[in-house]
Design a protein around this ligand. Sequence first.
Ligand SMILES: N[C@@H](CCC(=O)N[C@@H](CS)C(=O)NCC(=O)O)C(=O)O
Length: 259
Amino acid sequence: MLEVHTWEPNANSGKPLFCLHEKGVPFTYRYVDMGAHEHHAPAFLAVNPDGTIPAIVHDGFTMTESTPAMEYIDEAFAGPALRPKDPFRRWQMRVLMRFMDNVVAPSLAMIASNRLAAPRFAGEDPDELRRKLDRIPLPERRSTWEKLMFQATPPDDIAESERRVSDAIRRFDGILSREEWLAGESFSLADICVFATFYGLPLAREDEVNDAASPHLMRWLRACHARPGLQAALKMGKGFVTQRAADVRQKLGVAEAAA
Ligand SMILES: N[C@@H](CCC(=O)N[C@@H](CS)C(=O)NCC(=O)O)C(=O)O
């Protein structure tokens, strides 16, 4: 039995969905509605007491931490290999994934959550917000949510996140000017790791992610969006992600893959 407890095909939440679709492995999608704070509710905390998504359950083992979980999926299941065989390329793949997990993805999460989620809390009863905070198990996550709920994220922190994302866009464009994929000649987990947060950037950061400013990243984005596996995963969303991905494909001129 293989179950993926997660939210939308987006960021860390989406990584196992992209990976499993690329490998063609069947699984059960247990949707956790992050907007309704289901990841802090007892039913999900019984799966992952840390209250973060995704969580992957395979034959009685529960795995969190999306990047090592993707490596598990690639190792444990049949289908196209998503890690380069060459040790140097594999190192490159892991360096990029670490950079995404430690630097880029948290920066994008801070930017998006302050833009989209923070304003929604503005009219809510502060006591109810405190009750929601009390349900969050990890202290560092509680602190992030508290800043979001009470519009207290320091503007300098958001500015630094913006700088880090712009820097990553330039860095990836440079790599892709020399390589077909982010870890060399074959599509790998590094591409999934970046695509999971970058798929929407031609719309979300159109000043930086366009054919003039970052042509190599755009070539790569078109190639990723055209992959049937990544498209199928993006179509699994129940919220805004599926439509946004369709809007991006239209903007990039990428055709819909056959179902
Ligand atoms: N290092 C973890 C991070 C997981 C993570 O931050 N997931 C986000 C969703 S993309 C989450 O659970 N956010 C909810 C929260 O912080 O309360 C992983 O890679 O799985």
